[in-house]
Design a binder for this molecule. Structure first.
Ligand code: SF4
Length: 326
């Protein structure tokens, strides 16, 4: 089923069209450098169990055991070993993003959040949606948690980050401020307000520090004004138009790879580290001539959170922004 674009794919194209081509048209990913993404996926799996288990009133020790089990299951499911020689080989790349760290963070998360989770009404876990944009494209996403705190409707997005200052015992300002301009949370706020027919619904970032020794958690409330949310749909639709135009130019109009999918060397080093395609870009000027991924890379199509949620049987809601704009 073609469900259009999600935030991860659009973000990759926005960073660099060559990155978009390699990741989303060729489906090549680095062999070993996806640990921040892998760790985030596994923590999400554990957090779902924690929220559902605490809401059901289960003993916290049992909930933690199940959450760790779910973390490990997701780790194995993504094709990574939990121990053995291959695990040892990957130790340098993992740094502190290991299953042991995951278990520890999940335990601390329960200590920090259990009372809050008990106090709210949980309305949705991994709530998938498709937004039909005014430009005609589909945008899919998953709201990690939908909850009601007193009379306030909120969407929570869990985000793991290494942007933490151990000396100051606080999240780095860049992590805190980045969300004010974040496209994903604006889109999700738009979807949330329409899905639940509540114009005052707001989003929040549930931040989890993933660090060598420090553990910390933060909630960053986000309440973007409606005018910002209105422009989100136009901006994301415009980006998808540009991506589709580049694909069309390459596939149907004879544009070269350099013309259709130029490198953006301003994006090679970003706040989350070096682009995973850096080695490939340095040594492979014509990836279109390669049938197989070069050494150090493998074929692995992106599996959006939307598909992971609907594969588990969670029903998706379709939101037609065209009618909401009318
Ligand atoms: S290494 Fe740089 S040029 Fe190459 S795909 Fe990544 S961001 Fe683009």
């Amino acid at each position: 089923m073609n469900t259009g674009y999600d935030n991860y794919e659009i973000s990759n194209w926005k960073k660099c069209f060559r990155l978009g081509y390699l990741t989303h048209l060729r489906h090549w990913v680095p062999d070993r450098s996806a640990y921040p993404l892998l760790f985030g996926i596994c923590i999400h799996a554990g957090l779902d169990i924690i929220w559902l288990g605490i809401q059901a009133g289960r003993p916290l020790g049992e909930v933690l055991d199940d959450a760790i089990h779910e973390f490990n299951k997701a780790w194995l499911g993504e094709g990574y070993p939990l121990f053995g020689p291959e695990f040892e080989d990957d130790a340098d790349d993992m740094k502190f993003r290991t299953p042991d760290t995951g278990a520890f963070i999940l335990g601390e998360y329960i200590d920090r959040r259990a009372e809050y989770i008990k106090s709210v009404e949980l309305l949705g876990v991994e709530k998938p949606f498709i937004v039909k944009l005014p430009t005609g494209w589909d945008y899919n996403g998953v709201i990690d948690k939908v909850l009601r705190e007193f009379s306030f409707l909120k969407g929570w997005e869990h985000k793991t980050t290494a942007m933490y200052s151990e000396s100051r015992r606080s999240f780095q300002p860049n992590f805190m401020q980045a969300w004010d301009l974040d496209s994903q949370t604006k889109g999700y706020a738009r979807a949330l307000r329409i899905l639940y027919d509540d114009p005052d619904a707001s989003m929040a970032i549930d931040g989890l520090a993933v660090h060598a020794s420090a553990r910390d958690f933060i909630v960053i409330p986000l309440d973007p004004p409606e005018v910002e949310i209105e422009t989100w749909a136009a901006e994301v639709g415009s980006w998808i138009n540009r991506i589709e135009a580049a694909k069309n130019a390459y596939i149907h109009e004879g544009f070269s790879i350099a013309e259709a999918f130029p490198k953006n060397d301003q994006s090679c080093f970003q706040r989350y580290g070096t682009c995973g395609m850096f080695d490939l870009c340095r040594f492979c000027e014509h990836p279109e001539e390669e049938q197989e991924p070069p050494q150090g890379y493998r074929f692995k199509p992106w599996n959006p959170a939307f598909r992971r949620a609907t594969d588990k049987g969670v029903e998706a809601t379709t939101i037609n922004l065209r009618s909401n704009y009318g």
